[in-house]
Design a protein around this ligand. Structure first.
Ligand code: AMP
Length: 217
């Protein structure tokens, strides 16, 4: 099972991917999380990508592809994976095809979580994340039990620098056209499944699960 989640920032890819990866027992590979971890650990990669992340700009393809190639080469990704936030450009999509073809593999599902722009703006600027475990919350749509504190690990919730209104606008613009092109790229290959990402989290989850199981009832 080689799965890609497509969708604009804030479409719910991360939230859904965590549970889907757990249920289907495949690693959840999120390039945004990997870049943020590198940044927090102040690795050379982290320093190189800092500026892009803070401003909401895409990291250059060459760097991103190298990171994903390395990650997909790890033993836990041999029997499937769920990619979240990659590919984001056509060169990345083509590089992914090549990486998989080298292992005689191909993508099995590409699911596009569709959400309107207005809803995305509201979701992103209200998003809060756990500073330790990365769990997602929202100031009105998904509040933690104790304000400012993660339900899962008790650590402080923060706002990602790129979830402030200005970088959010840049990120949406950066991704809008590219995501549309990627959707067309995968649709032309008969791989694309569209998911209405606007409903309640549990409802969207059921739709994704049905699509992955090939159950169209
Ligand atoms: P995300 O958590 O997916 O919204 O990603 C956060 C940031 O990481 C993006 O705004 C980009 O700066 C960077 N990033 C994540 N994935 C990619 C990718 N596939 N290509 C380029 N940049 C990426």
């Amino acid at each position: 099972m080689q799965v890609v989640f497509l969708g604009l920032p804030g479409a719910g890819k991360g939230t859904q991917a965590v549970s889907i990866a757990e249920e289907f027992r495949i690693p959840h590979i999120a390039t945004g999380d990997m870049f943020r971890e590198a940044q927090a650990a102040k690795t050379p990669l982290g320093k190189e990508v800092q500026e892009y992340l803070d401003r909401g700009l895409l990291v250059p393809d060459e760097l991103t592809i190298r990171l994903v190639r390395h990650r997909l080469g790890q033993p836990d990704a041999r029997h499937g994976f769920l990619l979240d936030g990659f590919p984001r450009t056509l060169p990345q999509a083509k590089a992914l095809d090549d990486m998989l073809a080298e292992e005689n593999l191909a993508l099995t599902h590409v699911l596009y979580l569709e959400v309107s722009q207005a809803e995305l703006l509201q979701r992103l600027t209200g998003r809060r994340v756990c500073s330790a475990c990365g769990a997602n919350y929202h100031v009105t749509l998904h509040q933690p039990r104790i304000e400012g504190t993660c339900d899962r690990c008790g650590s402080a919730l923060i706002q990602r620098p790129d979830d402030r209104p200005e970088p959010v606008t840049v990120r949406l613009q950066e991704n809008l056209e590219r995501t549309g092109m990627l959707a067309e790229f995968y649709e032309a290959r008969g791989l694309l499944g569209k998911i209405d990402g606007e409903g309640p989290i549990g409802h969207v989850y059921d739709e994704i699960r049905r699509a992955l199981r090939g159950d169209h009832s």
